[in-house]
Design a protein around this ligand. Structure first.
Ligand SMILES: CC(C)(COP(=O)(O)OP(=O)(O)OC[C@H]1O[C@@H](n2cnc3c(N)ncnc32)[C@H](O)[C@@H]1OP(=O)(O)O)[C@@H](O)C(=O)NCCC(=O)NCCS
Length: 151
């Protein structure tokens, strides 16, 4: 019988390979792991998902990263982690949870289904902050959207 469990872990134990699925920058990941709140999802003691949230101010937190191992995607683990992140942020005193994501792709639907709304566009963000071009479905990511959920 399979069982999925969620655990808070210290940043230095975070599963880097999984975090890189969502954010190809080791430097940026290392920075937000220092003061982030990291939770992993384990299936029979194997880590299959992760998220990191971090305080931007007293009442605003950001979802810095969320990822599910490719072979376990599409089974509801991502949605479970996202709702857990929303609950954790609320419990930690947040009134608003923000995130940055690409301007197209299934991630956008994934967040909007949980209630996130687009609040800003950062033109050329991915060109300016990542050394390598980021492609998805043959299309280059250029602009980043800021999304927010009032808690
Ligand atoms: C985004 C991500 C975390 C979603 O995790 P997941 O476990 O696959 O998500 P779920 O199974 O809970 O799916 C929730 C919804 O997301 C959408 N979705 C998730 N993966 C999808 C995919 N590969 N293709 C299309 N839609 C997808 C679907 O709308 C799905 O709804 P459904 O239940 O009707 O199929 C996962 O795809 C992932 O790790 N991607 C790589 C890292 C990444 O891009 N992170 C986000 C950076 S902004």
């Amino acid at each position: 019988m399979t069982s999925l469990t969620l655990h808070k872990i210290p940043g230095e134990q975070a599963p880097m390979a999984l975090l890189l699925e969502a954010d190809p920058s080791i430097a940026l990941i290392a920075r937000y792991l220092q003061d982030g709140h990291c939770v992993v999802a384990c299936l029979n003691d194997v880590v299959v998902g992760v998220y990191v949230i971090k305080a931007l101010s007293a009442d605003t937190w950001e979802l810095m990263n969320i990822a599910v191992a490719p072979e376990h995607q599409g089974q509801g683990i991502g949605a479970l982690l996202l709702h857990h992140a929303i609950d954790q942020a609320r419990q930690l005193g947040a009134k608003r949870l923000e995130l940055g994501t690409g301007s197209f792709g299934h991630q956008l639907t994934f967040y909007q289904r949980a209630g996130f709304r687009v609040v800003a566009v950062e033109p050329d963000y991915f060109l300016q902050h990542y050394p390598e071009p980021l492609f998805e479905n043959g299309l280059q990511h250029r602009d980043r959207l800021r999304l927010a959920l009032e808690l």
